[in-house]
Design a binder for this molecule. Structure first.
Ligand code: GLP
Length: 250
């Protein structure tokens, strides 16, 4: 596990974008696993700028996103499809047919989950999987629980996640109570995992993910079992790790 400590959100975003860009340059037809939430917004802005400069191209890239709210239409402003279009896909030269996100409107959600796993496997899993981190240690929408779920599945969101994501909606009552999320199987099958975190409210979750026991009570702790994980955090998010003496770059 390599941990980069950056001064602030901007530096974290530049570092993360640099690592993703390097992957695209190394392998132009790579598969990128992508994430949503507030944290990756700056990373996506950096990628858009690099693509516009002509530093790299997404023409041959395929993407698989981690999750989608159940029952939100793709054009709903808080759906993760809408997020990806507006924060990244609409501004880069990617082929829309190569971008994949679970369908939150599928009549048969379980069949949609099985389709999504088969699709992710058929394109060879992610070369690089970008992850944000929930305050409770969730990745994708894999919430704390009694077991790690391998397959893409429908999940009941915890109150902590609903509260954290309420800031994107008019009020907490509008936050969907369920989501479709990639399970740990596809996440752990990625060749490299890039976890990004910003702000002191992530410090405890990052600390538990890296130094705590591997337990489904902290879903991100499973990454301790992955052979190629890079964490990029700002100083506030990594403060607890650094205090505990965990070696970091920067
Ligand atoms: C959501 C997403 C996660 C994301 C998390 C953290 O719940 N499903 O993929 O990592 O929020 O979001 P933020 O970056 O806004 O803190």
């Amino acid at each position: 596990m390599r941990i980069y400590r950056e001064a602030d959100y901007g530096a974290m975003s530049r570092r993360a974008a640099g690592l993703i860009a390097a992957e695209v340059v190394r392998k132009p037809a790579c598969v990128l696993g992508l994430a949503t939430g507030g944290t990756p917004v700056g990373t996506y802005e950096e990628l858009i700028a690099g693509c516009r400069r002509g530093d790299f191209s997404f023409r041959e890239v395929h993407t698989v996103n981690l999750d989608e709210y159940k029952s939100l239409a793709p054009d709903h402003p808080q759906s993760y499809r809408y997020y990806m279009q507006t924060h990244l896909f609409d501004h880069i030269d990617i082929d829309p047919a190569n971008t994949h996100i679970p369908d939150g409107l599928a009549d048969d959600a379980r069949a949609e989950c099985a389709r999504y796993d088969a699709l992710t496997e058929s394109i060879g899993f992610a070369d690089l999987q970008l992850l944000g981190l929930g305050r409770n240690g969730h990745i994708g929408f894999n919430e704390p629980g009694d077991c790690f779920r391998k397959e893409t599945h429908v999940v009941d969101l915890t109150q902590s996640t609903i509260d954290a994501n309420a800031r994107f909606f008019a009020h907490a009552g509008e936050v969907p109570r369920q989501a479709l999320t990639m399970g740990m199987g596809c996440i752990m099958a990625a060749r490299r995992v890039l976890l990004i975190a910003s702000g002191e409210e992530k410090a405890e979750a990052i600390y538990q993910a890296v130094c705590g026991p591997v337990t489904p009570q902290c879903p991100a702790s499973i990454l301790q079992l992955h052979r190629d994980v890079v964490i990029v955090g700002d100083a506030a998010a990594l403060e607890k790790l650094v205090k505990a003496g965990v070696p970091v770059c920067g």
